[in-house]
Design a protein around this ligand. Structure first.
Ligand SMILES: O=C(O)CCC(=O)C(=O)O
Length: 271
């Protein structure tokens, strides 16, 4: 973990030492493209710990206590509010933790032997759905659903990482929501798609409103091992609750982590 902040997203100079703020240049890139890759966020040891947890969860979930049977439970729980993630949520969703929710999580394990093609582009275009909205106002980004992908194995560029269309989170002349996204733009060879390579333990973040898709994993002997987490603003929910994030799993987490699974509301009724 590194990166000192240039300024905080709120324009203040105060920094919580437990948070790694996004730099101005990172915010610039995210706003421009709708996504950003931050290499080497986890140490080798942290990456291995999470990868081992995923491995057990996939191969012998019954060997884990019930409350650890989720990709971000047990030894992987620390990912929920990793200092890098907290800085991102503050900069992109809201400065206040009361206004964030963690609404969905899944694992992506793809290998060169898979026969199904994950190429299924979705979303894109200025989006009026509150969950997929992306706005910029008064020098602040307001991204609703924001995806954090933890890549736990090496990703070689062009061999299967998530593909995205830069800038599509604010495209004006087409909208997936309205069903008029040009078919030719979805061709993998359209020249509009971008992807990435990164070492194990890297973080990929994107506004869910950015057009994106999985792609065939072609790196033999090095399968994809990734955890994809969706954070959202506390006032909206997009995903149906996932069975793996059940009361037993959430109840086994630290109090601070449990707060991420709050219900969809902001104002407490004190009367
Ligand atoms: O698995 C991937 O690379 C893409 C994931 C995806 O499509 C999504 O998060 O909605």
């Amino acid at each position: 973990m590194n990166d000192k902040a240039e300024t905080t997203p709120n324009g203040t100079t105060q920094e919580d030492p437990a948070v790694i703020q996004m730099t101005d240049y990172e915010r610039f890139q995210f706003d421009l493209k709708g996504f950003l890759v931050i290499p080497n966020v986890l140490s080798d040891e942290e990456t291995e710990t999470v990868r081992d947890h995923i491995d057990i969860l996939r191969k012998s979930p019954e060997s884990l206590s019930e409350h650890q049977r989720a990709p971000i439970a047990g030894p992987a729980e620390f990912l929920i509010d990793h200092p890098r993630v907290v800085g991102i949520l503050q900069a992109l969703i809201d400065p206040s933790p009361d206004r964030w929710r963690l609404e969905s999580v899944f694992m992506s394990n793809r290998s060169s032997e898979d026969t199904n093609d994950p190429w299924t582009p979705h979303v894109g275009g200025t989006n009026l759905d509150p969950s997929l909205s992306y706005r910029f106002h008064n020098n602040r980004i307001y991204s609703a659903m924001t995806r954090i992908v933890w890549e736990l194995n090496e990703v070689v560029k062009g061999q299967g990482g998530t593909c995205l269309v830069p800038g599509s989170h604010k495209a004006n002349l087409a909208s997936a929501q309205e069903g008029n996204w040009p078919e030719m733009a979805d061709d993998p060879e359209s020249g509009l798609w971008e992807t990435y390579g990164c070492p194990p333990g890297s973080l990929v973040m994107f506004s869910e409103g950015t057009r994106h898709t999985g792609s065939r994993w072609t790196h033999a002997g090095n399968p994809r091992c990734a955890i994809l987490i969706a954070y959202n603003h506390a006032s909206v929910r997009f995903h149906e609750p996932k069975p793996c994030m059940n009361p037993v799993v959430i109840g086994g987490m630290s109090e601070d982590h449990q707060k991420f699974f709050k219900d969809v509301w902001i104002l407490a009724n004190k009367r």
